[in-house]
Structure formats: structure tokens, C-alpha cells
Design a protein around this ligand. Sequence first.
Ligand SMILES: Nc1nc2c(c(=O)[nH]1)N[C@H]1C(S)=C(S)[C@@H](COP(=O)(O)OP(=O)(O)OC[C@H]3O[C@@H](n4cnc5c(=O)[nH]c(N)nc54)[C@H](O)[C@@H]3O)O[C@H]1N2
Ligand SMILES: Nc1nc2c(c(=O)[nH]1)N[C@H]1C(S)=C(S)[C@@H](COP(=O)(O)OP(=O)(O)OC[C@H]3O[C@@H](n4cnc5c(=O)[nH]c(N)nc54)[C@H](O)[C@@H]3O)O[C@H]1N2
Ligand code: SF4
Ligand SMILES: [Mo]
Length: 737
Amino acid sequence: MLAKFLKQHTGPLTADLVQEPGHFGLGKVPRRLKPASTVTSICGYCATGCQLKLHLDEQGRAVNLSPQAGYPVNLGMACPKGWQALDPLDSPDRATVPLLRDESGTLQAVTWADAMGAFTGRLQAIKEQHGRESVAFLSTGQIPFEEMAFLGCLFKFGMGFLHGDANTRQCMATAVTAYKQSFGFDAPPYSYADFEESDVIVLVGSNLCIAHPILWQRVMRNRRNPEIIVIDPRATETAQAATRHVKLQPKGDLALLYTLAHCIIRDGRTDAASIERTEGIEELTEFLMDYSPAAVAPATGLSVEEIEALARTVSEPGKRVSWWWTMGVNQSYEGVRVAQAMINLALITGNIGKPGTGANSITGQCNAMGSRLFSNTTSLVGGHDFANTGHREKVATGLGIPCDAIPSDPSLAYDEILAAAEAGRIKALWVIATNPFHSWIDSGKLAALRENLEFLVVQDMYRTTETALAADLVLPAAAWGEKEGCFINSERRIGTLKAVRRAPGVALSDFRIFRLIAGAWGCGDLFAGWKDPESAFKLLRDLTRDRPCDITGIEGFEMIDRLGGIQWPYPAGSPTVEPALDTERRLFEDGNYYTPSGKARLLFSPPAPLPEAPDSTFPFLLLTGRGTSSQWHTQSRTSKSDILRKLYPHDAYIEIHPDDATRLSLKEHDTVTVRSRRGVMNAAIYIAPTVQPGQLFLPMHYPEVNRLTHPSFDPHSRQPNYKACAVSLTKIRRFAD
Ligand SMILES: Nc1nc2c(c(=O)[nH]1)N[C@H]1C(S)=C(S)[C@@H](COP(=O)(O)OP(=O)(O)OC[C@H]3O[C@@H](n4cnc5c(=O)[nH]c(N)nc54)[C@H](O)[C@@H]3O)O[C@H]1N2
Ligand SMILES: Nc1nc2c(c(=O)[nH]1)N[C@H]1C(S)=C(S)[C@@H](COP(=O)(O)OP(=O)(O)OC[C@H]3O[C@@H](n4cnc5c(=O)[nH]c(N)nc54)[C@H](O)[C@@H]3O)O[C@H]1N2
Ligand code: SF4
Ligand SMILES: [Mo]
């Protein structure tokens, strides 16, 4: 099949290649789409997982969209990115043909056959010479999980390499590790209904109004007159809309959460039945002795009274308290313990497994949850463990591959892969649907590291990202809207996406690119069952049997759509028709966790100092994060929309407190140079009391920001500490000054 395909298409780009069966949504889509004038699809940006209704012309091509009213997630709402989700598809920057760097250093259009020849030729030669640890992939939480699983299985089981990681390391690794250690499985316990059922909603390092606007709308639907507490060093849009803003010092979270637990235990406001289902309460109680409010207040920047009041609010008997966190927690050198400090608070106060409660990590990208279960990077595909012989045998049998094709040793984490590349041990990188030359911490290092790489392959929907521009080979990928598959959202809900546009030129879906590569590499037989996303879905579904994420009760894509998305777990025997389905489910209602003892673990360790604190040379602490609800990450997509571009500042700006601005004689719109020990950038001054004196905020969407950030990592999760480093500011003087 592949040989035939390559034989047919060794020439220049031709219309027949564009028409190649399956190119448009892998063959099935036109048949399915023709009779309908609308079709539903989950949004391809954030992990809220809103469902969009796409309006089609007679050819099955989406011409417009609106949010889906009946979907249990977004209830008819969408944020600006969702409304404009079709805009990025039409950009002239799309990668439409494979591009290969020639001897003069220029990227030249080549056929898929030549691209495959270069890909396999270079990587097989490197493998032969340097072994299975000499090539790594870096992927994403933004492609359907069938594609992620295909990549992870192809690379490790088919091509025989060991190391691969994804941008979920930048994002969710801390929550994954915290849940695994505390609950025995990576299991966010909540449903979005908990936002509406809660009496006290505590948002820690989470700016819902900007980053998850539709989840904020869910908070607004709460009829219990909730207390909404935002714990964030900045007075964010969310903090301003909340009932209480706890303006703590950056990275004061661990001390604050420990002192809250101290007060709660001291005052006997704990829940005995819930504590019965935990391990380690004596050790935790002993540890917390040292964390009296008076002892920790200075580290938090809060008063003893504020701390005592907060401790009472989050342990009020009879009140439903829910804890929610995002990157202000995960992106920290001690994020795992901060997340677990919230898990501990939920467990000791009985706020878990009941409506309106939970220790709830809000996910970032549309399919970060799918990546966690199926990417075959840190965990063996389907919620398994590489080190477990029984798991390897089960996966090998399920996929019909030899057991010894599955490595028992772990993959390097993202930062370790890049360190190995810098040191010359990793010779080639394959980057799929992520843009590390912009988004990785201390990104200035990547240019030097690039010099050490023998081969860089970038598979992206655009040829103009910072990373694609550095590539030796660019593989043009179809985007959201041009392919099928499933995403899993923050509340564990699986939803489908549909092909409603033709990919430009000869771009192919990532799924189809992996099929081509499997054939070209010579391991196509191992993946014969991976014909299209739905066949892959069924293979993966069957692998989950008897795991906490068991979804063996799902028949296929049609059932997912019919039931309004399906939350995992959904084992065989679960209801298959409406209205038997309970659409909003939470975990741990029976008090049983996934640890060997069935009990949750209370885990803790002392707070550590900031890896890079401000000093006389670099006197400001720099925070980074999301800027507006219309900007997405490295802006490869959102910058392509005329409408979204009108909704955010074009150039980098830096938020500074009015007192600091006055002290440094800075006016609104002045340009400053921001300098750290690693790099330098310019930004326009934006004076705002939203940041505290001595602190600055830069949105991550501007490419230079990560030249400044400090490469420190959580020791348990290896997640980068993006949100605290020391910088200085200098005004750029103009003639007029
Ligand atoms: N519009 C838009 N939406 C997005 C994204 C996007 O790029 N654009 N990206 C998506 C993704 S992948 C993710 S991961 C999420 C991120 O969603 P969020 O985590 O909500 O967004 P951030 O702005 O990165 O960080 C949240 C807050 O952490 C605070 N913070 C910094 N340091 C600390 C600290 O030490 N303690 C505490 N408590 N808070 C701290 C920052 O001030 C910031 O307000 O957003 C998703 N949604
Ligand atoms: N300073 C600082 N840095 C940060 C953060 C921060 O808060 N502060 N946040 C971090 C977080 S949480 C995250 S998640 C990362 C995100 O960082 P990245 O993953 O690097 O950011 P994106 O811009 O989302 O990159 C996705 C890439 O995939 C491409 N793409 C989109 N769809 C497809 C597809 O279907 N197939 C293929 N092959 N390509 C596709 C896009 O064009 C884009 O180039 O950034 C991290 N970096
Ligand atoms: S909130 Fe997230 S999922 Fe919903 S429309 Fe906006 S970007 Fe898409
Ligand atoms: Mo993220």
C-alpha cells in the first residue's frame, strides 16, 4: 500500500495527491458529512473542551460556526478563540508541502516520497551509529489522542527509540505527579458541575477569566452565593471579579497551605471519616507543628488575621469547599508539593468525592488529558507503567506486537532530552505540534543546541514558527478542522472532532504522516490495525480494560457524540443510551483511591527558597503567563485571525506597579530593556497596580519572553519554573527624552 502510494507520488505535487483517498479526513468524511448541514466538533484550543457547531456548505466545507447549546460543557458559550477557530486555517503561512534544507541551507519543496526518504535515511543512519537513545521526539497536548498514541507507539515500539516527551511537561506534569503519588493514578476527580455546586471556590494560581473563560461562566452559574477566593500574587481579572483576593508573595503557596492545615488540625475542624481513608496523618500533623500562622506569615506576605480567616473559610463545617489550581502552581520548582498540600486540605476536611468539592487541577491544552493517558511518553499507553512486566505483556497482546518491543526503562524528561542534545548525545529531534524555540524555558539556549543537532524534523501546520524556521525537514500537517479524532478535556470528558475543511496543498493529518513513516521505516505491519483514527480509538479503548481510565463501554465515535461526550471511567456495561447516562460524574465517591491500600497518601516536604531571588543587580521578580483570552501561546494560530489580532496588543508589554514606575521615572508606553542573567528583550511599559511593588508581569505570547526565564525544575515532575526569575529594567532613551 505504502509502496504503491510512494510510487505514484514521487513526482512534483499533483492534484491526484491532493485527492489521494483519505487525504480529506481519512476517506470517510465526505460520505458522512454530505447529508448534514451542521456537524459538531470540540474546540482545538483550551482544555475546557467546548463543543462547536460547524455550518457546512454542500461540499461539506465549514463556512461558519457557533457554540453548541446542548453540550454539557459550554452550554452554548464560546470564547473569542472558539468563535474564530476557522480563521487560522486559511493563512498563507500554512505548510503546504514538505520542505527539505538543501546544501546551500535553503528549505526547498520536495515530494512526500523524498521527505520520507530523508526522514528514514537520516534517522536510521543515526540509530545505527549511535543507538536507540540518540533520537528523541517532542510533541504536544494539542493533537487527538489517537495521533499521540500512534506517534508514541511508532517511535518506541516500531522505530525502536527510547526518548520522547511532550509540551505537557511544561504544563501538566506537576498535577500528573501529584495525583499519581497521592491517589495512585493520574485522576482529576471533578466534574465542571462542581463549580456550580460549591460554597467556597478557591482558585490557586489560576486566571480563569483569561485562560478558561467558559469555566468562569460555569462559576457564574453557581446559585449557592459562593465565596470565590483567588490566591495569586497579581490582582488578575479573576481576582478582581472574586469575593476575596489573597495577594500572597510569589511561591508563598506552600507555606500558606501548610499553615491553613495547621490551623484546621489545631482547631479540630477535620473530618474523621475522610481521614480514615488516608495514610500519613500522624506524620503530617507532626510536620505541621512548625507552620503556625505567626511563623509563616512573613513568607506569604499576608497577616496572621488574614491567614486565620482563610483557614476558617476553607474548613467551615457543612460547607462544600473546592480547590482548583492551574499554572501558578504547576509551573514551580516545588509545584508537586503545593498541589499535594491542596489535596491534603481536601482530604482532611472531607472535601472530596462529593458535589462541589475536590482538589482539582484545571488542564491547559485541548487534549492534555489525552496526552497523559495515551502519549506513551512517561506512562505506557492506556494508563499503564513501562516498568511493570504485566502491563507490558497486556499492551503487547492488545496491540499485537512482540513484548520485547516495549522498553521497560523510562524515557528522559523534556529538559533532560534537551540537555542530552546540548551535550551531543541526542543527535536528532522530531518536533510535532509544539514550538519550543519560543515556549521552552531559557529558550536562548536552543539556538546553540540546534548547532549540535545533526537533524531537526518539525511537523507543524505552519512553516513559519520559530521552530519550523530552524528545521532541516518540515512535514506539513493538517490542522484542527481538517482531521478526525478525540480530545479529553479537564473533567475527563472524551469528545470528537471532525474534518470540515480540506488541508492545503499536500499537507496530511498527523495520523496519516505517522502511517507513511511506519511504512517507510519498514514497520508498517506492526501498525496494520491503525487504519484510521476510529480503528486506533478502538485499539486504545480495549487497552484501558481494568485500569482506572477504563473506557471499554464506549462503542465508537458515534456513541460519544450521541451521549454528549463521555467522561472516563466508562467500563463495559455502562449505559449506552440517553437518558440513562449520568453526564457529570466525579471520582472517589466511595472513598476508595487507586493506591495498593485503597487509601490516599498525605505527602509533604518543607518549602525551599526561590531558585533565583531578586538582588541588587536584578532587583525585580518577573512573573509570566497568559495575557488575553484572544492570544494562544506562541501565537502561531491566533495571530492569523484578523479579529483576534484586534483584541490584543501587537507588541510585548510589561506590567509594573505605579510606585516602581514613579521611582524609575517610567511613563506609560515607554520602552524598557528587560534583562536577566540569560537574556534580554524590549517591552512597552504598562503601569498597573495589578502587580505588587518589586514584581513585573510579561505575557508569554511574545517570542523573547523565555530568553529571560530561569531553567529550574520541580524535582518530582521536572516541570519548568516559568513563573519566577530575577530581572532588571532599563529605560531606552530616545532623542526626545
Ligand atoms: N487565552 C488563553 N487561554 C489559555 C492559554 C493561552 O495561551 N491563552 N493556554 C492554555 C494552557 S496550555 C494553560 S496551561 C492554561 C494556563 O492557565 P492559567 O494557569 O490560569 O494561566 P497563567 O496566566 O499561566 O497563570 C495563572 C496565574 O498564576 C499566577 N502566579 C504566578 N506565580 C504564582 C505563585 O507563585 N503562586 C500563585 N498562587 N500564583 C502564581 C500568575 O500571576 C497568573 O495570574 O491556560 C489555557 N488557556
Ligand atoms: N514564560 C512562559 N512560558 C511558557 C508558559 C508560561 O506560562 N510562561 N506556559 C507553558 C505552557 S503551559 C505551555 S502548554 C506551552 C505551550 O507551548 P507550545 O506548545 O510551544 O505553544 P503552541 O503555540 O501552542 O505550539 C503549538 C504548535 O503546534 C502547531 N499545531 C497546531 N495544530 C497542529 C496540528 O494539528 N498538527 C501539527 N503537527 N501541528 C499543529 C502550531 O502551529 C504551533 O506551532 O508553553 C509554555 N511556555
Ligand atoms: S474556552 Fe477554550 S474550549 Fe472553549 S471556546 Fe474558548 S478556547 Fe475553545
Ligand atoms: Mo499549558
